[in-house]
Design a binder for this molecule. Structure first.
Ligand SMILES: C[S@@+](CC[C@H](N)C(=O)[O-])C[C@H]1O[C@@H](n2cnc3c(N)ncnc32)[C@H](O)[C@@H]1O
Length: 215
């Protein structure tokens, strides 16, 4: 398990030269998954968007291409990810359309009701306290805003990767949720219109929820 643990450590908090390589690899290896996940939500062109656990920053660039008259923030708790995402999005940062910051999902450096859309790709299984972290996300979302959590593995998926991740989760600390547990996570935190979409042939999952509008 040493090799697998070290690889997962780099996914959890990339660092050093191996972190640099891992971030570059994830920028392309998560691209199709991200496109699939984003295809289930609407990102209006004026949107203010937050990508949590932005890693190498490719999702931030994709979101900026959708929110052409808006602004995209990427946050990540790893210095290596902040550096990589900053480099990936240098032109958009110069144009003041993107900002990247170092922060944990558990304490977001944003005011209440800031974002129209929040995304989290291949990251939530590493968060320290999923129920509290999801409530922290809800805090920074505007009424009516959308959260999408996207992942290429989940508990109960019929893929070899899912079976391996499930088997070794007690050792790796990776928090794998089933489709129903994703639904409960968002509903219990107070999200409405919760939808969980599975791509069963690939073992991908997308969990979507909305913050209630003020009536
Ligand atoms: C597997 S990588 C995915 C990166 C990117 N979203 C992608 O799809 O390529 C997970 C990322 O989440 C970040 N991350 C993990 N736990 C975090 C936390 N508690 N707060 C903020 N970022 C976190 C890691 O530093 C890493 O960059």
């Amino acid at each position: 398990m040493t090799g697998t643990s070290t690889f997962l450590d780099q996914c959890r908090k990339p660092a050093g030269w191996w972190g640099h390589i891992t971030l570059r690899r994830m920028n392309w290896s998560h691209s199709r998954l991200t496109d699939w996940g984003l295809s289930h939500i609407c990102v209006a062109k004026e949107s203010t968007v937050l990508d949590i656990g932005c890693g190498g920053g490719r999702t931030v660039g994709k979101l900026a291409a959708m929110a052409t008259a808006g602004k995209v923030w990427g946050i990540d708790h790893a210095d290596a990810s902040v550096a990589a995402a900053t480099k990936t999005n240098a032109r958009l940062i110069d144009e003041a359309r993107v900002q990247i910051r170092r922060s944990s999902v558990s304490q977001l450096p944003f005011a209440d009701n800031t974002f129209d859309v929040v995304t989290a790709v291949e990251t939530h299984f590493f968060w320290p306290d999923l129920p509290a972290d999801v409530r922290e996300i809800l805090r920074v979302m505007k009424p009516g805003a959308t959260l999408v959590i996207i992942a290429e593995v989940y508990k109960g998926a019929a893929t070899r990767t899912a079976r391996l991740c499930e088997k070794y989760a007690p050792l790796t600390g990776m928090k794998l949720l089933s489709a129903d547990e994703h639904r409960d996570l968002l509903s219990s935190a107070g999200f409405i219109d919760v939808r969980v979409i599975e791509k069963k042939d690939s073992g991908w999952i997308s969990a979507i929820g909305r913050k209630a509008s003020i009536s």
